[in-house]
Design a protein. Structure first.
Length: 272
């Protein structure tokens, strides 16, 4: 299992868990920073590395009128400020090749959204920056199919790669997580992350927006830890009911620490 270098962190390689967490999208800059600050403090108490996440633009919204965030220029300014204040690595998603270069100047990890994981120019271009790349498995792909995506990154000369499971389409407005996905994708030699909150999303389930079932996040996360996952991706918020995007599937910050302690305990058993 290869290790991934992100800032001063070394992820994967059979080491303990790490967490990528933050709000779905940048909202009020101060509130977004405070969410990150609380998540960092929780990770420090639990004893795992923390990476801040938030989107500067959510391009795949259910409705044209859905909140998308501050956009590329303003969003990257906010993320740069958060990075300076928290002194942690930053991950955010990119949606087009035009976003790669400016995003790479700020982000420590470039994330490829699930819907775009087969977009060769986007994947290859992100990998060519030399930055760490995290690619979400498409809801429409079998885990073994991600081997082709891995080869695109390797072709660019980059092995600083992570793969993320976020559930597979199961009928209408529903996702299911196949726990076989984790050992299959780990067999490619790179760290595998479980996106525990998007996996309980009900895409388009609220008509003009997605719904979700956050009550099942702990169950799926514990199962993923038992399957030997390397890290977790979770969207968290101080008050999900007020969140401007993906509130129904976000974890309450007040519930995060207890869940992480469970996951660390399971991970220690699994990895010896």
């Amino acid at each position: 299992m290869k290790e991934v270098k992100v800032g001063n962190l070394t992820l994967g390689g059979g080491k303990g868990l790490f967490l990528m967490a933050g709000p779905c999208v940048i909202e009020d800059p101060e509130r977004t920073l405070n969410i990150g600050r609380r998540a960092k403090e929780i990770c420090e108490r639990v004893g795992i590395p923390y990476i801040f996440k938030a989107s500067f633009d959510k391009a795949n919204r259910s409705s044209f009128n859905s909140f998308r965030g501050p956009g590329l220029v303003e969003g990257l300014k906010i993320l740069a400020h958060i990075k300076k204040e928290l002194q942690v690595p930053i991950i955010s998603d990119i949606h087009s090749i035009e976003q790669i270069e400016p995003a790479a100047e700020v982000l420590d990890i470039l994330q490829i959204p699930a819907f775009l994981c087969r977009q060769t120019d986007l994947v290859y271009g992100a990998a060519k920056t030399g930055k760490a790349v995290s690619i979400k498995k498409g809801q429409f792909l079998a885990p073994k199919d991600m081997s082709n995506v891995v080869k695109k990154v390797e072709e660019a000369g980059n092995q600083n790669l992570m793969l993320t499971e976020r559930g597979a389409t199961f009928g209408y407005n529903n996702l299911v997580v196949d726990m076989r996905s984790f050992p299959i994708m780990r067999s490619f030699g790179y760290p595998v992350i479980f996106d525990a909150t998007h996996s309980v999303q009900l895409p388009g389930g609220a008509g003009t927006s997605s719904s979700g079932q956050r009550e099942f996040v702990p169950n799926l996360a514990r199962a993923a830890a038992g399957a030997g996952v390397d890290g977790f991706f979770m969207e968290v918020h101080d008050n999900p009911e007020e969140a401007l995007s993906d509130g129904p599937n976000m974890v309450r910050l007040d519930d995060l620490e207890a869940m992480l302690r469970d996951l660390v305990a399971i991970d220690k058993i699994v990895k010896g």
